[in-house]
Ligand binder design. Sequence first.
Ligand code: APR
Length: 247
Amino acid sequence: MAAITIPTELCEKLRNAKKVVALTGAGISAESGLATFRDAQTGLWAKYSPEELATPQAFIDNPELVWNWYAWRRQLAAEAMPNPGHQALVTMAEKVPEFLLVTQNIDGLHQRAGSTHVIELHGNIHRTKRFDDNQIVTDWEENGEIPPRCPTTNSLLRPDVVWFGENLPAGALAQAAIAAEECDIFFSIGTSSVVFPAAGLIGETLRHGGLTVEINPGETPHSSAVSFVLRGPAGSVLPELIQKTWP
Ligand code: APR
């Protein structure tokens, strides 16, 4: 793929920015080998759509199937490595006075790349909680029962991720919305921008006159509204942006 031209004006704005927000989606993990959410499911799971599995009702109807789907995805995430796109955001956070990373991803790759303060809008596949009351559980007996149960209350355990129809962590969304409202530059990276409320965050920046940048090889509903479109993969566009902004 030809190198993406990074507008000099964007580099200047980024170099002088005080507050930057980066919202990431599954696309930033694509170059780590993790399929994006709307890629076709592969192998054993090809016959299911995420919308069929990532819901409380799906867990109630077939807890073993849903647990095993997440166990498979957890293993894939654990085996994946952060890519230069993740690492570029660690560098950006070091350069910008106030930087907030907001992710829709549950794979934990931003943290493994070295990002410290990550707002996880949709939870984290590496965390587990009680289905009954959402309390996080860190240890349980692997006695072959699937899903496992909480050793204290015997509740079935589930991944600490946000399922369709569930509310996002209230504090996380509010913090992200305030940051989007106040920031100088909002990066929308590797997201199809079709799932709300995450997809609405960029609107806060647009309404308050902040600069907006889309980094995505494909079109999204926001492409025509943003200040800059960097039409390419995050794994090469972000390092190029960092290198040109802070040579
Ligand atoms: N670099 C940047 N973007 C990429 C790359 C890449 N290398 N490869 C693919 N993309 C883009 C695709 O063009 C698409 O726009 O990443 C986006 C992935 O979109 P989705 O699969 O819809 O993932 P996402 O936007 O994160 O989904 C949002 O929806 O299903 C829910 O909870 C789920 O968090 C997920 C949310």
